[in-house]
Design a protein around this ligand. Structure first.
Ligand SMILES: [Zn+2]
Ligand SMILES: [Zn+2]
Length: 368
């Protein structure tokens, strides 16, 4: 029974972005206040994403980004209170429920050009948790009920947190954008935070997948998962040569890296009439070869986040063991070190920062 209102602090410490400052700032801020259609959530886990680094270091941002805001856009936590009795009465959730938090659930207005077309993830009106507005690297956050998703039994808060971006974005990219089909052969660049989950989605669909990564440990993991050794590009091998020597017809390239080399290679290896899915954007600009694109009649697809319903599908696939995200865990205080490790390739896959009862539980288990 979750009834008695717990004593809430008035302030909290959070990792914040200050405009013009590329380093995260550990700052004391007031406890967030939910809107009348929102809830206050006590965070249990927040996933660290490479885009946190881009948010800190790229100052060219949309004008609605705030001057100072709390970072973190992959969250899972416990509902502490509702913003109004009406919302509490009509919600399918209750105080004490553990929920996964969709960072960009949109405004939900029927006249919104994006939300009305099922594209809430690119709506500019709704709140964007941890993307230019307050997010999840803090003990508490406020979020609209539209952003709440039930966490199935057996799914940990760390996994539920990374499901909201690292898995959902990969799922949306493969299923809704690239529309990968069982008879196809696809080429996957990058087996990191998102690419690792993409690999499992593609294998679940049943398509053949050729994989490449710059880290041998990631290729070894792919083989352990069941990717045949002949479908792994050896490190240092030219990818166009690999594809040509084997006579492969790559229907779709799935680029979870987005550097000059992968973007070039994708255009070289994709079959005539093929598709190029762009997810990673490590290099902010890449070159399209116009003659290659027209002669081969290529389709370039870009993708961002996931649409309503995707996260339910994703959490269900995780609960069934179809997708097994790899997540290391640590403390919220460690965020700057974790981000450095992530950008220098020291983190194998994904990392979640734990808090509260979940941190205690995991630390007890580690000590035992
Ligand atoms: Zn992200
Ligand atoms: Zn909207």
């Amino acid at each position: 029974m979750a009834t008695a209102t717990q004593q809430l602090p008035e302030t909290m410490f959070a990792w914040r972005k200050h405009r013009g400052n590329p380093e995260p700032v550990w700052e004391q801020v007031p406890l967030p206040v939910p809107t009348s259609t929102g809830v206050l959530v006590q965070l249990l886990a927040s996933g660290v994403c490479r885009s946190d680094y881009h948010h800190l270091t790229r100052e060219m941002q949309p004008k609605w980004f705030q001057e100072k805001w709390t970072l973190g856009h992959e969250g899972c936590g416990k509902i502490i209170k509702f913003g109004s009795p009406e919302t509490e009465a009509t919600s399918k959730f209750k105080v004490g429920d553990i929920v996964a938090l969709h960072s960009v659930p949109g405004c939900g207005d029927s006249t919104c050009p994006e939300c009305s077309r099922g594209l809430a993830q690119i709506c500019q009106t709704g709140h964007h948790s941890g993307i230019g507005q307050d997010g999840y690297y803090a003990p508490y956050c406020a979020i609209d009920v539209r952003g709440l998703y039930r966490v199935p039994e057996g799914v940990s808060p760390a996994v539920a947190a990374v499901a909201t971006d690292a898995v959902q974005t990969a799922y949306h990219a493969i299923v809704r954008r690239a529309e990968v089909k069982p008879h196809e052969t696809v080429f996957l660049f990058g087996l990191g935070g998102l690419g690792w989950n993409a690999l499992q989605v593609v294998r679940h669909i049943g398509a053949r997948v050729i994989v490449s990564d710059v880290r041998q440990s990631r290729l070894d993991e792919a083989v352990k998962l069941g990717v045949p050794a002949e479908d792994v590009v050896p490190i240092g091998k030219s990818i166009p040569e690999f594809v040509e020597e084997r006579g492969l017809h790559i229907d779709t390239t799935l680029d979870f890296v987005g550097v000059h080399q992968t973007f070039q290679d994708a255009q070289a290896i994709v079959r005539r009439g093929g598709k190029l899915l762009c997810v990673g954007s490590i290099d902010s600009e890449n070159t399209v070869h116009m003659h290659v694109g027209t002669r081969k009649r290529l389709t370039f697809l870009f993708t961002y986040g996931g649409q309503h319903g995707d996260l339910d599908d994703v959490l269900d696939l995780i609960a069934k063991g179809v997708i097994q995200p790899q997540v290391e865990t640590g403390r919220l205080e460690d965020f700057p070190r974790v981000l450095k490790d992530l950008t220098s390739g020291k983190i194998e896959c994904r990392y979640a920062l734990l808090q509260g009862e979940e941190l205690e539980k995991v630390e007890r288990a580690k000590a035992a």
